[in-house]
Design a protein around this ligand. Sequence first.
Ligand code: WTA
Length: 698
Amino acid sequence: MIPDKVPQEDVYHAPQDLVKGAHVPNFEKYKELYLKSIQSPEEFWGDIAKDFFWKTKHTGKFLDYNFDVTKGNIYIQCMEGATTNICYNALDWNIHQRNLGDKVAFYWEGNEPGDELKVTYRELLHQVCKFANVLKSVGVRKGDRVSIYMPMVVELVVAMLACARIGAVHSIVFAGFSAESLFERIMDSQCSLLITADGFYRGDKLISLKLIADDALQRCRDKGVPVEKCIMLKHLSKEQPDSPAASPSPPAKRPCPDLQETPKDKVRKIRPKAQVPWNPEVDLCWHTLVDGASEECEPEWCASEDPLFILYTSGSTGKPKGVLHTVSGYMLYAATTFKLVFDYQPDDVYWCTADIGWITGHSYITYGPLTNGATSVLFEGLPTYPDMSRMWEIVDKYQVTKFYTAPTAIRLLMKYGSAPVQKFRRDSLKVLGTVGEPINPEAWQWYYSVVGEKKCPVVDTFWQTETGGHVLTPLPAATPMKPGSATFPFFGVVPAILNESGEELEGPSEGYLVFKQPWPGIMRTVYGNHQRFEATYFQKFPGYYVTGDGCRRDQDGYFWITGRIDDMLNVSGHLLSTAEVESALVEHPAVSEAAVVGRPHPVKGESLYCFVTLIDGVAYSTTLETELKQQVREKIGAIATPDYMQNAPGLPKTRSGKIMRRVLRKIARNERDLGDVSTLADSSVIDQLFNNRCPTAV
Ligand code: WTA
């Protein structure tokens, strides 16, 4: 599985000063620990678990599971009998056991340079306890689901930890999603409470979050399933005067009071305010509630397999799946991957640029760093705002040592050359990381040479919402790196490559990436639909968890992710299902059918190329195209906006009516060699499709 020897030439090694004192200092040590993690998981994870607080210790096997659908229901159970609380471990335990009360947990850096805050572990604990008491006061109980739809502010972390503290299950919805997407997620997880904010700025753009949240809540009411309460944080300060574009103030019945007292040290530019509709029947003000709440809140002791959170990810049927993670296994896995993959050291300042609305933010902004007692940067803004140097300015400002971002951000910044990077010193950096999609070797080289000055290993971390944490990844001091390869499995993870018939391939090979056994952080079910969990991940190859990604293993045993092999697209590191975008298009009255495929994009990785068939008598026009793009934005969110669109009076189908996406992908790329098209029902559509290609897709 793990090669005895790894190449020493044509690979990249960590500098000696990183190797000294590293948790896993060389490949031999990695191999030794890896073997232990597979052969004696009880001992391996048992040692790790000693650093955590357990109210009661586990009694059963460390991991108990069935991974084979032919033998019964799929289940994964970790540390049966143990009780703990992840919020207690992240805060109280660090404060009391490790004396980290005065350590900074987060440096918050707002969208505007100069807009900043810092919060220590003790302050965070107080805020979390207060808000946990607020949650209880509005009737939230253990096991209840709470939707969170917030910008990247400290209060988002407070809200999630407060849920975890009382055993409520958070379901965070990325603040870039539309009202329809939020509505769908609230309905699916049957949330009784929504937590949101008035709004926020992304660069120059105002997002009136409460307005969108209200739209979603109205949709829930229309379905006869009203959400009982909505707590709104006032994030945009009240000092800003109303601009003509802003809406009138909310009705005065029970307005959210002014925010004189918090946050004191924010400096904001004068900008239009968010529109803040207010429904006194439902809406509650975060600040009013928190003001009167106690700073003490006894944690709810949760069983290992109690649910911790739900996070939705795209599903190939178009309906998002509520990936469910549970308490103990997720905690151990997020904490351990964070510690070892970034070689976390107590004096580190760590920065992950992801949004907490995605799994990367859950595991590597909130839970992983906090359970390690780390200091992190929490950034609200954009890498390109106010200019292309923003990231490096922040790195210098906080002396960031470990930096984690996405290939799409690297490619975007690469376009502007090295000058914006070199305006700043970046000499604090020690480890660089990437996540979200395969990184092309050119971007890897730029990141390594220009950003890291050839001094920082680049950890290319492959994982998924479902895996909870990194599963294939280098360890910075131990693994010789090859640009573009996620290298080898993390501890406890056993990958395999299968061919179409489900046979395991040995040596250099390419096929389906699967995992043969669970690790503590793997998802446990799809919320409310265990059958879908089994069907999606376990049916195709019984006995294996199927990632949906293609993978190649080279002659040295390195793993290279080749991209999705299902109907999923990866746009700027975000997974989208083609079915989801297609159904948004088809909902337009002019559209009878739609097919969406990916087309390579220099910055986003993949872009969306949409073929639409109109109903008889409707003419294709640019106005219609704009309407359709708008429709997708409204249904899903800006991340799903189609890049290219074309009229497709006919689609290439097999005789049984299945759309041949393989052919459409070629047309989107303007590649004339279509391969075998003998199964096409009507080959005349091909010329027509080539003739109608979107002119901007050169
Ligand atoms: C892709 C994000 C190649 C992959 C953490 C996976 C990657 C999907 C990498 C999960 C990587 C993520 N190299 N591909 N280092 N990291 N992916 O659920 O296709 O948003 O299945 O989780 O992103 O996306 P998700």
